[in-house]
Design a protein around this ligand. Structure first.
Ligand code: BGC
Length: 674
C-alpha cells in the first residue's frame, strides 16, 4: 500500500481519501437501525447530505457507507449499521443515503458513496461475526440483493465486497456476484473495493494458495482496489511479468480508479473541499444539529405506554428520579461513529433539564454501564482503560445506595439503561442479548420499590426486553441516539414531539428465536389455521413463536382507528394498477405522524411466498382529532417474485392485501391478477 501511495505521489496522481462515515461525521445521527425506524427516507437523505458537507470540509472524498445488509439475527453486532429486516424498506433507505451523500457531487459538497458489503454479509450463520452465509437464489434475490441494487440504481460509485463467503465462494473473488450480477445484470460501471484485508483472507478461507494467488483471483473477479492487504502491491507486478495477468485486465481496474479521481476534479485540486474555514462554517451548525434532533426523535420507538403515563406534564409538581448509567452519559454515539466526539453529545439529563426545574429532578447513575472486566478486555480495552472505566467497589456501592434512596423518595423513576458501546457493532456478536447483569440487578431493586418506571433503552440492537417491558410502565427504545439524543428523548418524554418510530427489525421474546423476521415463508403447518392441533404445528413448545414486538410496531400518543380498505377494482390485468384507500381516524390532542404500512401476500405461487411482505408505506401527518384518507397505487409489476433461477416472474392469481399500523395489526382485503 505504501509503495502504491508513494508511486502515486511521484506520478502526481492524487490520492483518494476514504473513511467510514456510516451515520454522521461530527454531527452524529442515531445508528442506522434507528434511522430505519424513522420510516422517513426524505429526512434521512437530508441527514446524509449534511454528513457529506461536513466530511467534504474535513477532506474526505469517499464514505464507506451506506451499509445496506439485510439483517434477521440481532446476535450479529452489525445489525447496528443496517436499516433492518425488510428488503423494500432497506432499499428506500439505501436510495436516500446514496442520494444524500452524492448530492451535488460534481460542483458542490457531495462525496462518493461506497455501498457495502456486497453481498449478504448480514446473513452470517448463527449471527457469528465473519461466519459464512448460505442461501437459496429466491431468498438472495428477493430479500438480500434489492438494497444493494437500489444503491447502485441511485448512482453509488463504489461497491465494497463482504468479508464472508456466499454459497461457498468468498464474495471478494466471486465472479458470478461481481461480474454477472453487479456489472452485467445491474449495469454497475463504478469501482469495486475489497473489504479490510479480504483479498489476503482468500488464503485463510482456503480459496487461494498464497497472497499472489489471492491477488490474481480477486483482480480476475473484478476487485479494483485491494483495501489494506499487501496482495496487490506485492503480487500484481510478478503476475503480470509471469503472464498470469493480462495488462488490459489491470488497466480496466486502474482506469476506473483514475476516472473517479478525474471526475472528482482531484487532478486539479487534490485536497478537494478540505478547508479549515469550511470546517468552521459547515460542521456541527445549529441547522445540522436540528436535523440530527429530528432524526433522533423520529427514530425512537415507544414500545409500551401503560395508562398513558407518557407524555409527562412538566407543570405537574412531581419528583422524578433519573437513574441509570445512561442518565448523564455522553457516550451515546455507538461503535461506528468514528469521527464523532462525545463531548458534543447532549445527555438525557441535559435534555430533561430544558423541560423541568432541577429541583424536581434527582440524577443517580446507580451502577456502571457494564462491570464485566473480562468482556471489556476481550472487546479491545487494555487494563488501564478498564480500571479507568469501572468504579471501584466502594464507589459502586455508594452509587447503588444513592440510586435506591433517590428512587424511594421519588414519585416516578426514569431508568436510563442499555448496552455498552463495545457490545455491538463490528465483532460485537453476542448470545445473550439482555441488559448487563449489574444493570438488571439495579432494575430489579427499582421494581421492588413499587414506583412506576419509565425505561429508556440505549442499544445497538434489539435486546431481549421481555422482563424489562413487563416491569416498566413505559419503554422507549432510543438506540444509540447520536449527538442530539438527550434533546430528542426529552422532547418525547414531555410531549414536545409525539413519538412516531416504528421498528424496522423485530424484537425477540428470547434470543433462542433467532433468526426471527415477519416476512417468513408460509409453512405447511402454521401455528394458526392448520389441520393439525396441539403439538404438530410449527412452533416452540416453551416460548411464543411471535416476537415480543413485531416489525413495523411502535406507539404514539393518542389513538388511531383504521377503517376498511377500499379498492378501485378487484381484478387487474398486467400493466394495470389498483388503488387501495383507507380512512384513518385519529383521537388525540397532540399532532401525530403516522406510518401507514401496506403488505402483500401472494396466495398461490410456484415458489412459496412470505406470509406478508411490505410493498409500500406513507408517513402522514395527522392534526389533533382528525380524519384522513390515505391512498396507495399498486401496479402489477409489484406482484412478482424471484424463481429458483433468480428470474423475476409475475404469476396471475389471488393476492391478500393488508394495510395497517404494523406487520401484525392490519386490515385485510383481496384482489385478483388475471
Ligand atoms: C469493515 C468495513 C469497513 C472497513 C474499513 C472493515 O472491518 O467490515 O465495513 O468499511 O473495515 O474500516
Amino acid at each position: 500500500m505504501l509503495v502504491y501511495l508513494s508511486r502515486s505521489i511521484a506520478h502526481a496522481i492524487p490520492l483518494l481519501f476514504m473513511s467510514d462515515i456510516v451515520y454522521g461525521y461530527k454531527t452524529v445521527y442515531p445508528i442506522p437501525l434507528g434511522m430505519g425506524s424513522s420510516w422517513n427516507p426524505d429526512l434521512i437523505e437530508k441527514a446524509y447530505q449534511n454528513t457529506a458537507e461536513e466530511a467534504y470540509a474535513g477532506g474526505t472524498q469517499v464514505a464507506f457507507a451506506p451499509m445496506v445488509d439485510l439483517v434477521r439475527d440481532a446476535r450479529w453486532g452489525r445489525v447496528l449499521e443496517s436499516t433492518g429486516e425488510d428488503p423494500y424498506l432497506n432499499s428506500r433507505f439505501a436510495t436516500a443515503m446514496v442520494r444524500g451523500f452524492q448530492h451535488d457531487l460534481k460542483k458542490g459538497k457531495g462525496i462518493v458513496s461506497c455501498v457495502k458489503h456486497f453481498a449478504a454479509y448480514g446473513a452470517v450463520e448463527a449471527g457469528r461475526e465473519y461466519n459464512s452465509a448460505d442461501m437459496s437464489l429466491p431468498n438472495l434475490y428477493q430479500n438480500y440483493l434489492p438494497s444493494y441494487h437500489a444503491a447502485v440504481d441511485a448512482g453509488a460509485k463504489m461497491v465494497m465486497t463482504s468479508l464472508t463467503t456466499l454459497n461457498g465462494v468468498p464474495a471478494t473473488a466471486d465472479k458470478w456476484l461481481l461480474n454477472k450480477v453487479l456489472r452485467e445484470q445491474w449495469g454497475f460501471k463504478g469501482i469495486v473495493i475489497s473489504d479490510y484485508a479480504s483479498v489476503y483472507e482468500l488464503t485463510q478461507h482456503g480459496f487461494a494458495k498464497d497472497s499472489q494467488d489471492a491477488a490474481d483471483k480477486a483482480l480476475d473477479a473484478g476487485i479494483d482496489i485491494d483495501m489494506k492487504s499487501p496482495c496487490y502491491a506485492n503480487g500484481l507486478k510478478p503476475l503480470l511479468e509471469e503472464g498470469h495477468l493480462s495488462e488490459s485486465k489491470l488497466n480496466e481496474a486502474v482506469w476506473r480508479v483514475l476516472s473517479l479521481k478525474n471526475e472528482l476534479g482531484l487532478f486539479e485540486d487534490p485536497y478537494r473541499g478540505a478547508s479549515h474555514s469550511l470546517e468552521q462554517d459547515d460542521i456541527l451548525t445549529d441547522n445540522k444539529r436540528q436535523t440530527a434532533r429530528q432524526v433522533s426523535r423520529e427514530s425512537m420507538v415507544l414500545l409500551k405506554n401503560d395508562n398513558n403515563i407518557l407524555p409527562l406534564d412538566p407543570e405537574i409538581n412531581q419528583k422524578i428520579a433519573l437513574i441509570g448509567p445512561y442518565a448523564n452519559e455522553r457516550g451515546m454515539l455507538g461503535l461506528w461513529a468514528v469521527h464523532g466526539d462525545t463531548k458534543n453529545t447532549v445527555t438525557i439529563e441535559d435534555g430533561i433539564l430544558e423541560h423541568i426545574d432541577g429541583s424536581a429532578l434527582s440524577v443517580e447513575k446507580g451502577t456502571d454501564i457494564i462491570r464485566d472486566k473480562e468482556f471489556l478486555l476481550h472487546a479491545g480495552m487494555n487494563s488501564d482503560q478498564v480500571i479507568q472505566l469501572l468504579s471501584d467497589n466502594d464507589a459502586e456501592l455508594q452509587n447503588h445506595e444513592r440510586a435506591i434512596s433517590a428512587a424511594k423518595q421519588s414519585d416516578l423513576i426514569i431508568f436510563a439503561c442499555g448496552e455498552h458501546t463495545l457490545q455491538s457493532g463490528e465483532a460485537g456478536s453476542r448470545t445473550k442479548l439482555r441488559l448487563p447483569t449489574n444493570q438488571q440487578d439495579l432494575f430489579d431493586e427499582l421494581v421492588a420499590t413499587g414506583k412506576k418506571i419509565i425505561t429508556i433503552v440505549i442499544s445497538g440492537r434489539p435486546l431481549v426486553l421481555t422482563d424489562v417491558a413487563k416491569n416498566s410502565e413505559a419503554v422507549i427504545e432510543a438506540w444509540f441516539p447520536g449527538t442530539e439524543g438527550g434533546h430528542a428523548l426529552a422532547d418525547i418524554l414531555f410531549g414536545d414531539y409525539n413519538p412516531s418510530g416504528r421498528l424496522s427489525m423485530s424484537f425477540p421474546y428470547s434470543e433462542a428465536q433467532y433468526p426471527i423476521y415477519y416476512n417468513h415463508l408460509a409453512t405447511g403447518r402454521p401455528e394458526k389455521d392448520s389441520q393439525h392441533v396441539g403439538r404438530f404445528v410449527s412452533r416452540y413448545t416453551d416460548a411464543p413463536t411471535q416476537p415480543l414486538f413485531p416489525f413495523g410496531y411502535g406507539l404514539s400518543y393518542g389513538t388511531t382507528h383504521y377503517g376498511e380498505i377500499q379498492l378501485s377494482r378487484e381484478t387487474l390485468h398486467s400493466n394495470e394498477t389498483v388503488e387501495a384507500s383507507i380512512e384513518i381516524t385519529y383521537t388525540g390532542i397532540l399532532p401525530r405522524d403516522e406510518t401507514v404500512q401496506m403488505y402483500l401476500h401472494d396466495c398461490v405461487a410456484s415458489v412459496v411466498q412470505p406470509v406478508k411482505r411490505l410493498i409500500d408505506f406513507q408517513k402522514i401527518h395527522l392534526d389533533p382529532n382528525s380524519k384522513q384518507t390515505v391512498s396507495f397505487e399498486i401496479s402489477s409489476d409489484q406482484l412478482g417474485f424471484y424463481d429458483q433461477t433468480g428470474s423475476y416472474t409475475i404469476e396471475p392469481g389471488d393476492f391478500d392485501l393488508f394495510i395497517g399500523k404494523d406487520s401484525n395489526n392490519v386490515q385485510e382485503t383481496q384482489f385478483t391478477l388475471v
